[in-house]
Design a binder for this molecule. Structure first.
Ligand code: ADP
Length: 495
């Protein structure tokens, strides 16, 4: 087969939708597909996906990507899978049928379970073993909830008939018949010991995860299985890489070495820094997790999440109707010279790092007679950047070496006002990648490196172009704005 006919299929199974890219042997995207997934909110605080919708959306996105790239599916040499992390599904090994809808990472139904475990004094143990905090966000409490709710499930689990998976595993099972995950996804379950790199028996007991339910754990760049009787794809294509979405984006942004960091501005914002062989025990509420080096081998990383990022702009558009499109927020923010003393705190579902306060709720503070919707739109964009600043400053406190710049990607990073304000408030250079799909591209790159098409990721990294935003605010003004933000945050923190 000639060099030019080697294609990689990259699948990004995200929270709002599934994306597929066909990447050619020079690292260029030849064609892409994207399909949204219906979101289900059966009760306040609950968020579900249909496991069949997940499969259907991936199949359709792949079909679109292959058609647009005008290649034959026989020319695909390898597959990479990246995914929304933590979202949980349990299915029957014999029938392949799920026992329930996917419980999505955003779902808060297990907050009572987490509180109960905290009261039993289990948080320090869990933090030490997993690097995570005891929060409904992760898979563990979701499994425990299902085990309690569905007696049939508990019986079947004892008989070894149940399989657990995050979305990578669910897809892999359906595409290849293998039951496996990678270290980065495993590190988000609350069941996996990131030091010893194995499923932890004590944690599995705490969360009622029977050992027979658990997938095999592999290094992210490795051979996970071959396609088998999966609709649109021929049999025998190897899945050569799997990683959680934030880890794939970190890899896509070429952050292979210690101290390299990226922030993704999507529905939420996710800041992740590669810390190499050093496991940071955060005092600032950041998570420790596993990510990948240049060859997809595990390294440590620290991570902080903002729950509501771009979602705030959606809310301005769909619920408040103050903007017609997300992009319009940029012009409206620039149409006023400041936010007129308004602070927006988008704590719709509590606050993540460094606050970790599940009870906090959103607020618009500082309203006076002269305030217009334009000021609130501007304050909203500022609040996205201010939340990210809280994360970056928390990372700074943990480390002894200086941070030189922040690489950014994700839908809302297209907003120039937001990026300039981010640079101003941090006093840091912001490098915006022109590759908006660094998550999908990252896993495609890893799959090619894993297969040996490319000797290393560096071969492709000259393709990434960055636009730089430079800080333009005085130190005194920056300090004053951050101080004001913190005071306002204190007003919404729950008991
Ligand atoms: P996800 O992968 O989480 O679905 P994306 O990276 O596709 O998210 O980004 C979509 C989010 O970014 C939406 O919440 C949207 O409101 C926001 N967004 C997209 N474009 C802009 C923009 N120009 N300015 C501000 N927010 C934006």
């Amino acid at each position: 087969m000639s060099q030019s006919k080697q294609y990689i299929l990259a699948i990004d199974q995200g929270t709002t939708g599934s994306r597929a890219l066909v990447v050619d042997s020079r690292g260029k995207t030849k064609g892409a597909g994207y399909v949204e997934i219906p979101q289900h909110y059966p009760k306040p605080g609950w968020v579900e996906h249909s496991p069949q919708d997940i499969l259907h959306s991936v199949r359709t996105a792949i079909t679109q990507a292959i058609r647009k790239s005008r290649i034959s599916s026989n020319e695909i040499r390898a597959i990479g899978i990246t995914n929304q992390r933590e979202s949980t599904v349990l299915w029957n090994r014999k029938t392949g049928k799920p026992y329930h809808p996917v419980i999505v990472w955003q779902d808060r139904r297990t907050s009572g379970i987490c509180e109960g475990l905290k009261k039993r004094g289990l948080e320090p143990l869990i933090r030490e073993k997993t690097g995570l905090v005891l929060d409904p966000y992760f898979s563990g409490s979701k499994i425990l909830w299902l085990m309690k709710q569905l007696p049939k499930l508990a019986q079947d689990a004892k008989r070894g008939q149940v399989a657990f998976g995050t979305m990578d595993t669910w897809l892999l099972w359906n595409m290849t018949g293998e039951h496996a995950t990678d270290v980065t996804n495993a590190s988000r379950t609350l069941l996996y010991n990131i030091q010893t790199r194995e499923w932890d028996q004590r944690l599995c007991r705490i969360f009622s995860a029977h050992p027979s339910m658990l997938p095999r754990v592999q290094v992210s760049a490795s051979h996970f299985g071959n396609t088998k009787k999966w609709h649109i794809l021929p049999d025998g294509i190897p899945v050569m890489a799997m990683a959680g979405d934030q880890q794939a984006a970190l890899y896509g942004q070429a952050c292979y070495g210690r101290g390299e960091m990226k922030n993704t501005y999507g529905t939420g914002c996710f800041l992740m820094m590669n810390t190499g062989s050093v496991r940071v025990h955060s005092q600032q509420g950041l998570l420790t997790t596993l990510a990948c080096d240049a060859f997809g081998k595990p390294v440590y990383a620290i991570e902080g999440a903002v729950f509501i990022g771009g979602a705030l702009i959606q809310w301005l558009r769909d619920s408040m109707r103050w903007i017609r499109s997300a992009g319009e927020s940029e012009q409206i923010a620039k149409s006023v010279s400041d936010s007129h003393g308004v602070t927006v705190i988008p704590a719709f579902t509590g606050l993540g790092a460094p606050y970790w306060n599940a009870e906090a709720r959103g607020a618009i503070l500082g309203l006076t007679r002269g305030v217009t919707s334009a000021h609130i739109v501007r304050a909203s964009l500022e609040s996205v950047a201010l939340q990210v600043s809280d994360l970056v400053l928390a990372v700074k406190k943990e480390l002894r070496f200086p941070i030189r710049f922040l690489k950014v990607d994700g839908g809302a990073s297209n907003n120039n006002f937001l990026m300039q304000f981010q640079s101003d408030i941090l006093g840091l250079r912001i490098l915006r990648s022109h590759l908006t799909e660094s998550t999908a591209w990252g896993i495609g790159k890893m799959a090619g490196v894993s297969l040996g098409i490319w000797k290393g990721p560096y071969v492709l990294d000259h393709l990434i172009r960055y636009q730089t935003f430079r800080p333009g605010l005085s130190r005194a003004k920056r300090k004053q704005m951050l101080h004001h933000w913190r005071r306002q945050i204190q007003r919404v923190l729950g008991p």
